[in-house]
Write a protein that binds this ligand. Sequence first.
Ligand code: GLN
Length: 310
Amino acid sequence: MSNNANDLTPLLENIETEARKSIGRGKVADYIPALARVPRDRFGMAVCAVDGTEFVTGDADSCFSIQSISKVFTLELALKMVGSAALWKRVGREPSGNAFNSLVQLESEQGLPRNPFINAGALVVTDAITARTVSPVLALLGSVRRYAARQDIYIDEEVARSEAEHGHRNAAIAHLLKAQGNLNAKVEDVLSVYYRQCAIAMSCRDVARAFLPLAAGGRQPRTGEKLMTPLRAKRINSLLLTCGLYDGVGNFAFRVGIPAKSGVGGGIAAVIPGKYAICVWSPELDELGNSLAGTRALELFARKTRLSIF
Ligand code: GLN
């Protein structure tokens, strides 16, 4: 961390103070009981720059459940494993305008999920990986570890079990997909991989580092490794912008103007291409399932730095 004019630490501390004022107005994700136990007053934020510098505030090094943020990692892995032509035949690239766990649209659109970030689309993406390898979870964990340049990233099995015990809606979606011919592996296998991918535990610093290749044209500046093509990075960023926050995506683009992906663990990962990858975490959610203080923090960051993609 540098002590120069580009040091973002005072700014982040200021944003934390401001954003914390939203804490107390939201609701933690209690439909996954293990998540409801996380203290609601946590707040962390990490900003990683493409030149390798990092700035953090609050609980930036505490691990949280990344939940739907994992869908970005599975999408990238599935694209690598099965190729884009095959994958995009099975899942769309349009915003859904519906809740992330809705069944209605899937039924009326004959089993073609709108995008890879709603649960139906994510289950199809996870299926593509599950049907392709004998150890999908290890493949995914290996890939996330490479992205984050950290070898001890783990799965919180208690969170995975807790979601599996209460995952009737996801099970319903998976069965519907199977009935509609858009799931190849066994429903139970896909769900088991899906719950475990969602239960990956990472800190804000880990997530921001793992998203850095999306800000740096596919390269991980920390290791120099080329992880995806610049075109793929651009395309994933465009999906973050249009589909990353479910039915809250329009309002988020209006308020923040930065491509991002949220998870019901309270994390939001965001990408400013050519500049920064950011992760903010605070467990209380708004009614659409996006972190309340996290959204506020990103709004303040965009406003105060005058950075957005617009
Ligand atoms: N595991 C969660 C679920 O399937 C992920 C949802 C989310 O983070 N939005 O409901």
